[in-house]
Design a protein around this ligand. Structure first.
Ligand code: 6R9
Length: 649
């Protein structure tokens, strides 16, 4: 099909690529036709303390969901990401760190130095009473210590749960108590975009809510902070006297490696659980093949370690592969809109991986910021987090990539551990905006949302499900396996339901169209509308709230709130601001409402269910498509909402 312009891979790229078109076909077929043989081989990408003999044991049946990979093998993730590289690349840089302030010197941490730090920190953890199976919450700036903190957990078999440093004390408290953490690792402050966030004092506030967990604090800025005797410990002094030798624990393949909370369509965020063996195989393999990583390349993923992208593609995947991974503390627009490109030039970045929202924001600043930098080291670009619009894709391709290098548009989720669909840069002709092809071992299917029947012909459109497991799949929701089954395996029986809609074009290539549930995607950050709603109704002046997404030029989606006030309360601009601040305080700045519309009534069915479909259409200014409103208890509220809708940007 040539409804879209396509971009075939350049011949010189194909020549050196790990996977070309023929190899993709051959490997994909092998991965689907004989998964046991395929994964027996690729399971060897990591080193095992005790080799596995079992490959996969999967049940997607509701009530019985169970996912196991390499089940009888034992390994240690930190040994795989650090120790095994020491012989060959002890003096190679593992992590390049670039500070928020461009004047602050960058750091180059070799694998040997990484090993020393991780071993020491493992011993510090032990001294603080943390052991195998215990949970450790990390609430960290983007500093090398964040990677040490993750790897030290993995080394001693503790389970980390990273909370994005932009989350509020309230959100942090919920996650600390949700996993009954034994320790919180944080920093005094997190510099970002020239401003310092007071992480330690946020931790103090969180602990007022949720108890007396021990705190280990990295001295990032040296700011004055309160330290509570017996509870709070400074990182520097403990590291100084810690031994640099700590044997890695032999972990079972299915022991949890980390928990990461993510938003769903209902209720509080879920603790997504990833385990040790399958996750690491998946992160390592996708990192090498999707980004066509070769020895000596400097690779940069701009995500934060607070999100899954930072877990798999700043830390675990690259380090398992012995790569040089760049970690950036700052933001794309500080001190100005050329920062990303200056960092690429300064460190000779080969692979650059970012989010569409950043691309759109930088595109809006003008081309001069890109053009003044030497980007000749770049070999590949990547995107993740949300659908990329063709205009932003073209700009990224032409301005940043000078029209010469591939873009991998990687579709995946916190739940999937790593890439599930993406073009492979040496194999596929790119289509701007398409996630293209399944990665090895991934069997996607498109279902009719109503009947749940699988649609096999092309072109088609429907909901995206996966029909069999892959090694990086999440295993459960922390403490709530029933919620895991209900969320992912109950709507469409026998499949993993992604929550996304997609198109498959006449060539059989996939295009992700976005969430089909009540999850919105704001600047590539996932948010459950239910979370914002419950924050709003917790305000004493709010009686009811409904939250939907609407198209936003930079953020992809903005947060549109319909708010019904308690009787006697008067709408005002001050109250709008108060509610906005309230939500920021309850969840964090990323959940800040963009538009708040006062709604004397919300459209409801006779059984009292809010008709979000209608609210979504009003927020999108798409009144022609309101659909059937006859089942509403009071159809009049719709006209009133349309008349008073907020102007979108
Ligand atoms: C890795 C990550 C997952 C949701 C996912 C989808 C959206 C991610 C995408 C994409 C279109 C892409 N998404 N990558 N949509 N094209 N290349 O982002 O995980 O934060 O859990 O979000 O993001 O809607 O369901 P997570």
């Amino acid at each position: 099909m040539s409804e879209h312009k396509t971009y075939p891979p350049a011949a010189d790229f194909v020549k050196n690529a790990h996977v070309d078109a023929a190899k993709y076909e051959e490997m994909y077929a092998a991965s689907i036709n004989d998964p046991d043989t395929f994964w027996k081989e690729h399971g060897q990408r990591v080193d095992w303390i005790k080799p596995f003999t079992k490959i996969k044991d999967i049940d997607f049946t509701l009530g019985n969901v169970s996912i196991k990979w390499f089940e009888d093998g034992q390994l240690n993730v930190a040994a795989n990401c650090v120790d095994r590289h020491l012989d060959k690349r002890g003096d190679q840089t593992a992590i390049i760190w670039e500070a928020d302030d461009p004047e602050e010197p960058s750091k180059h941490i070799t694998y040997r130095e990484l090993s020393e730090q991780v071993n020491k920190l493992s011993n510090v953890y032990k001294e603080l009473g943390v052991g195998r199976g215990d949970r450790v919450v990390l609430y960290m700036p983007m500093i090398p210590e964040a990677a040490y903190a993750m790897l030290a957990c993995a080394r001693i078999g503790a389970i980390h749960s990273i909370v994005f440093a932009g989350f509020s004390p309230e959100a942090l408290a919920a996650r600390v108590s949700g996993c009954e953490a034994k320790l919180i690792v944080t920093a005094d402050q997190a510099p970002r975009g020239g401003r310092n966030t007071a992480l330690k004092s946020n931790v103090d506030k969180a602990l007022e809510i949720s108890g007396d967990t021990k705190v280990l604090m990295v001295e990032r800025t040296g700011a004055d902070v309160d330290m509570k005797d017996g509870r709070d410990f400074a990182y520097g002094p403990l590291m100084e006297k810690a031994s640099a030798e700590c044997e890695p624990e032999a972990m079972n393949a299915e022991d949890p490696l980390f928990i990461l909370y993510t938003s769903g369509s209902t209720g509080a965020p879920k603790g997504v659980v990833h385990t040790t063996g399958g996750y690491l195989v998946w992160a390592a393999m996708t990192h090498e093949i999707t980004f066509d990583y070769h020895d000596g390349d400097v690779y940069w993923c701009t995500a934060d370690v607070g999100w899954v992208t930072g877990h798999s593609y700043i830390v675990y995947g690259p380090l398992a592969n012995g790569a040089t991974t760049l970690m950036f503390e700052g933001v794309p627009t500080y001190p100005d809109a050329s920062r990303f490109w200056q960092v690429c030039e300064k460190h000779k970045v080969a692979q650059f991986y970012t989010a569409p929202t950043a691309i759109r924001a930088l595109m809006g600043q003008g081309n001069e910021y890109v053009e003044k930098c030497d980007l000749s080291s770049l070999k590949l670009l990547g995107t993740v987090g949300e659908p990329i619009n063709p205009e932003a894709w073209e700009w990224y391709h032409n301005e940043v990539g000078k029209g010469k290098i591939p873009i991998v548009d990687t579709w995946w989720q916190t739940e999937t551990g790593g890439h599930l669909m993406t073009p492979l840069p040496g194999a596929h002709a790119l289509k701007p905006g398409a996630a293209m092809k399944p990665f090895f071992g991934v069997k996607p299917a498109v279902l009719d949302p109503q009947s749940g029947e699988e649609i096999t012909e092309n072109p088609t459109e429907g909901v995206l499900v996966i029909t069999d497991s892959w090694p990086g799949q999440m295993r459960t929701v922390w403490g709530d396996h029933e919620r895991f089954e209900k969320t992912y395996f109950s709507d469409y029986k026998g499949y993993y339901f992604s929550g996304d809609g997609c198109r498959r074009d006449a060539d059989g290539d996939y295009w992700i169209t976005g969430r089909v549930d009540d999850v919105i995607n704001v600047s590539g950050h996932r948010m459950g509308t239910a979370e914002v709603e419950s924050a709003l109704v917790a305000h004493p002046k709010v009686s009811e709230a409904a939250v939907v997404g609407y198209p936003h030029n930079i953020k992809g989606q903005g947060i549109y709130c319909y708010v019904t006030l308690m009787s006697g309360e008067e709408p005002s601009e001050e109250l709008r601001k108060e509610l906005r601040d309230w939500v920021r305080k309850e969840i964090g700045p990323i959940a800040s409402p963009d538009l708040i519309q006062w709604a004397p009534g919300l459209p409801k069915t006779r059984s009292g269910k809010i008709m979000r479909r209608i609210l979504r259409k009003i927020a999108e200014n798409d009144y022609g498509a309101l659909g059937d409103t006859s089942t509403l208890a009071d159809p009049g509220v719709v006209d009133e909402l349309i008349d008073n809708r907020m102007n979108r940007e």
